[in-house]
Design a protein. Sequence first.
Length: 157
Amino acid sequence: MEGSEDVAFVGGFAAAAAALGRAPDLIILDTTDPARPRARSLSAALARIVRSRAANPKFIAGQLRHGPRGAAELAETVDRLVDFAETTGAVASHFFDLLHDAYVADDVVRSFLLRENPAAAAAIAARLDAARRRGLWHPRRNDVDASLGMLTKEAAP
């Protein structure tokens, strides 16, 4: 997920259109290759970001090297995905499964979050739980309550 400005702009536009009874096609310009910019639907753009960055083991390993700031970056990633889901409806439920599996269900990443930045761990648990309660995420796993609970119980002082 890109910056919070993207969520505010795209999500705000989508929410305003929905308030007017409209459902616009949300298109993002992918400029990862500036010589060949590509227009992608927001759903397709988010899919690329989740798979190639947010849930990518290389990205996660890089965040593990950055201590508390890396843990905060993982929390911000979850936060932005939930924000896009809340404002645009363009986030498929399985993207939350990917982040849950990569950040919460993975013993190494979960331990890192709890050790380096317990507040980030608790924020991830709270945002994923909120996404589930609001019907934005329908987990495929049966142990989500337990795994999210580990982040909040162990993060408590």
